[in-house]
Design a protein around this ligand. Structure first.
Ligand code: NAP
Length: 258
């Protein structure tokens, strides 16, 4: 179990979260993904059991997105059935339409997305919203209205904290100038964005890690998780799983140095 003393501050947000978070792509989407094995979205009963198990293991941070199909809606229904202090992160920009990903960073799409996320997650304000990059990080920041729109929604109190899930060092560096949280890939086979972690730490920004298990391709899950969770400057490693045995062993084998 993850002890509360191991929880970490998420940059300047004021949130304190577990060093392992739960990724929920597979809670709501089973098409157009790059996982090594096909799977079926579990039923609500299994997902409730998995979320209950996550809470019991000391996980208090959940990552979702409109791009993850029915994930947000399912979480909105299930999380309120578990008495635990959840922190939820969702995104804007990538959408799951007819089984495929589509990207839209326009004002209209962003406003509609936030309205939908508020409704799906059954809340008055979203704690953390990340811009879900399509890979063209710099273009999104420089040429779309997405952050301007999000800042207006933040001023209205509909969003508390902003971040970006980036794919490039240049984009991540730019985003760090104005967001509180960055989500990047990190694993032993992909250290291409690791420089951003030190930069984020220097500026007191939160760092969330995606794909620490190489999206399920790693042969040594525990080693991969411990590598990412102990990487200096990382706040939380978002592990995607719908398998209760994997969830259990991922936490049982966690060895935190701090
Ligand atoms: N913002 C973005 O652009 C972005 C992109 C990708 C991901 N994410 C977020 O980050 C989360 C994690 O990323 P990810 O799901 O792509 O990759 P990941 O966490 O590297 O890998 C998830 C895969 O690893 C498998 N797995 C988990 N524990 C395992 C274990 N102990 N042994 C063997 N296999 C295991 C899972 O399968 P089982 O279900 O069978 O355990 C799942 O297929 C996502 O769920 C999402 O929340 C964000």
């Amino acid at each position: 179990m993850i002890e509360v003393r191991h929880h970490r501050k998420l940059g300047s947000t004021g949130l304190t979260i577990s060093p392992i978070g739960l990724g929920t792509v597979k809670f709501g989407r089973d098409t157009g993904l790059k996982y090594p094995n096909t799977f079926r979205i579990p039923d609500a009963k299994s997902l409730l059991a998995l979320l209950t198990q996550a809470a019991e293991l000391g996980i208090n941070f959940i990552d979702t997105a409109p791009a993850y199909g029915s994930s947000e809606k399912t979480l909105g229904k299930l999380l309120k059935q578990i008495n635990s202090p959840w922190h939820i992160c969702t995104k804007v920009g990538e959408y799951h339409i007819n089984g495929q990903s589509h990207y839209d960073f326009s004002t209209k799409a962003t406003e509609t997305s936030i309205e939908n996320s508020l409704r799906n997650l059954n809340t008055d304000a979203l704690e953390l919203v990340l811009v879900h990059s399509d890979g063209n990080d710099k273009n999104i920041i420089e040429q779309s209205d997405v952050f301007e729109t999000l800042l207006k929604l933040k001023d209205k109190g509909l969003i508390k904290h902003l971040g970006m899930s980036t794919k490039t060092v240049a984009g991540g560096t730019m985003a760090l100038q104005f967001v509180e949280v960055l989500m990047i890939s990190l694993n032993e086979s992909d250290l291409s964005q690791a420089t951003l972690i030190a930069l984020a730490k220097q500026h007191n920004k939160g760092v969330l890690i995606k794909k620490s298990l190489q999206s399920g391709n790693t042969l040594k899950p525990s080693k991969a998780i411990n590598f990412a969770a102990n990487y200096p400057g990382v706040t939380s490693v978002i592990l995607g799983t719908i398998n209760k045995h994997h969830l259990q062993s991922n936490i049982d084998n966690l060895q935190l140095r701090t």
